[in-house]
Design a protein around this ligand. Structure first.
Ligand code: SAH
Length: 246
């Protein structure tokens, strides 16, 4: 991995420093499965399995945009992919790298770089791009979608997941998760930044990707289990593909 620096200067302006600070503050708890990151640990096997069914990961070159502490990056590397995890929160990257060392995960590297800058450097080099639970934390998510599209090879897959924006998602993802069930720290998600599937689909198509599949992710507070299904009202995943002859 390239050594993360403490630079607060980003050549990309598509960053909200307050968002990065929120994640940096919690960074030491990324791999504590009972911490604020418990929901990500719980949904990880579900999203990994879905990615695998559409784009089997063994031997693939993958970039994970907004990788955080590497929960998904690490799991994809363990499926035999060669993974680059990219984020702008340096502390999270250090935790991710340390975890890979401790867990002996092969084939994963981490870098402090924006999606936009990486796209300039490595356009068309990835079989699979993942960008999970990240778009709702950036000022201009369409610019990240554009960068993800630039990073993927023709025929390759780009997977997004984010939070829908409607009264139900406000109630479940903000009021329920942050204020009633305490699944997430208060202030984790800002309503105005949440993204409707139609908006994400528009950005996807405008950047030369096709929407192939969608899944909703639901949480049952009684069983405390997450499931993938057809209800995209709150949390959803979108699988997109770059056409071969683009
Ligand atoms: N994708 C991971 C982590 C999601 S948390 C997972 O699903 O397990 C959101 C992540 O987005 C945090 O790690 C945060 O540091 C990162 N992030 C926020 N703004 C970013 C930006 N502009 N560029 C890159 N990463 C960003």
């Amino acid at each position: 991995m390239s050594t993360p620096t403490n630079s607060a200067q980003f050549s990309s302006s598509n960053v909200d420093p307050a968002e990065l600070a929120k994640f940096s503050e919690l960074a030491h708890r990324w791999w504590d499965t009972e911490s604020e990151f418990k929901p990500l640990h719980q949904i990880n096997p579900l999203r990994l399995a879905w990615i695998q069914t559409l784009a089997p990961l063994a031997g693939k070159k993958v970039v994970d945009i907004g990788c955080g502490g590497g929960i998904l990056s690490d799991a994809m590397a363990r499926q035999g992919a060669e993974v680059l995890g990219a984020d702008l929160a340096v502390k999270s990257l250090k935790v991710a790298q340390l975890h890979a060392l401790e867990a002996g995960t092969q084939g994963v590297q981490y870098r402090e770089i924006s999606a936009e800058d990486l796209a300039q450097e490595q356009a068309g080099q990835y079989d699979v791009v993942t960008c999970m639970e990240m778009l709702e934390h950036v000022p201009d998510p369409s610019s990240v979608v554009k960068a993800c599209s630039a990073l993927v090879k023709p025929g390759g897959w780009v997977f997004f997941s984010t939070l829908n924006r409607n009264p139900k998602s406000f109630l479940f993802a903000v009021v329920g998760a942050e204020y009633i069930l305490n699944l997430l720290p208060k202030g984790t998600h800002e309503y105005a930044r949440m993204i409707k599937p139609s908006e994400l689909a528009d950005w996807v198509r405008a950047n030369g990707l096709n929407v192939m599949h969608m899944k909703g992710m639901t949480y049952n507070p009684f069983t405390r289990h997450y499931a993938l299904g057809t209800d995209t009202d709150v949390n959803y995943l979108m699988a997109t593909q770059k056409p071969l002859n683009n």
